[in-house]
Design a protein around this ligand. Structure first.
Ligand code: SF4
Length: 315
């Protein structure tokens, strides 16, 4: 069996930076991570072993008892930040700049009187952080959720990990349901997510099945798997090499491999090696080195600096 790696896969700069900041905290036992630093169980287990307390994501209401709070890459609302500061907590902020960009875009639309529509998962902490500062808003997960809204001006932003095709479908539904209204869309899908999704779509043209390495509660890993499922291409999502079932691979001679933006390099390598071992592959793989610099880190006109100034345009 041959295994082909996607041209873009694995950990994004936002997650790497958050981890680097957390690993440099000299007194982890004095800090609570306000939710999961990233949606990956291996990483969170490692942080807990270092001494961090970790608040479950669905129980972030009580103020943590530790003197310090570490805000995750998914971000929090300004109201939540103020609440923690009022409680005299020392904050370490690892919010990804591309999540901040969504907050800024949504707040600008809100300040200009727009009714804000956030395309994303209602229960996701990133979305909760975005809407936490808004007066009037709706969260839309799919075109079917769209309604006629009681406002003349509608402003639309996306959770960073929204698949571009889904955003387009939802925006189309918003226009169709709200004829004659002024609709402004800010494209806030993050480039690393876009690159990984486009790479999977290209890979799906070449392979018979897909393996996604990523936490089960990782939205972007789930979205990668869904791209295969929507095309009726067999797909399995695993968190670690031990999750691979050799029987599952028997019908296939060509398998694609990708990983979500919160997946550690070591987990991807382990799955890759195990995949070759389990299936008796003879080293006929195409391998992209894992440490190739991610194009997303380039701070030229098309890179990070440009993304931090959101451009307003129609998708
Ligand atoms: S997926 Fe995108 S928005 Fe989320 S941490 Fe990574 S780069 Fe930032």
């Amino acid at each position: 069996m041959k295994v082909i790696l996607a041209s873009h896969y694995g950990m994004c700069f936002g997650v790497r930076d958050a981890l680097a900041i957390a690993s440099n905290v000299p007194t982890p036992h004095r800090f609570t991570i306000h939710g999961q630093l990233v949606h990956n169980p291996q990483i969170n287990e490692g942080l807990a072993r270092r001494g961090f307390s970790i608040t479950p994501e669905n129980r972030r209401d009580p103020v943590p008892l530790t003197p310090g709070v570490l805000i995750t890459a998914h971000g929090i609302s300004s109201r939540e930040r103020s609440r923690l500061l009022r409680a005299k907590k020392t904050l370490i902020d690892t919010t990804c700049p591309l999540v901040r960009r969504v907050h800024n875009a949504a707040q600008r639309l809100n300040a200009r009187g727009f009714f804000v529509i956030v395309i994303g998962k209602r229960s996701h902490v990133e979305v909760q952080g975005i809407v936490g500062d808004l007066d009037r808003y709706a969260v839309v997960e799919k075109p079917h959720d769209v309604q006629p809204y009681d406002a003349e001006a509608l402003g639309v932003v996306c959770q960073t990990t929204t698949p571009p095709f889904l955003a387009e479908e939802v925006i189309h539904a918003i226009r169709a349901c709200n004829p004659g209204k002024s609709i402004e869309v800010v494209d806030t899908i993050c480039l690393p997510t876009r690159q990984r999704q486009e790479a999977v779509l290209a890979l799906l043209n070449r392979v018979q099945a897909l393996v996604v390495v990523g936490g089960r509660n990782s939205n972007n890993s789930r979205q990668l798997a869904r791209l295969a499922e929507d095309r009726n291409i067999p797909c399995v999502q695993v968190e670690r090499d031990g999750d691979l079932d050799p029987e599952w691979f028997k019908p296939f001679s060509l398998v694609g491999l990708t990983a979500g933006t919160s997946t550690p390099d070591a987990a991807i390598r382990a799955v890759h090696r195990a995949l070759l071992r389990l299936t008796g592959a003879q080293g006929t793989t195409e391998v992209r080195p894992l440490d190739v610099p991610d194009a997303s880190r380039v701070s030229d006109g098309g890179g990070l600096l440009a993304w931090m100034s959101p451009s307003t345009h129609r998708l």
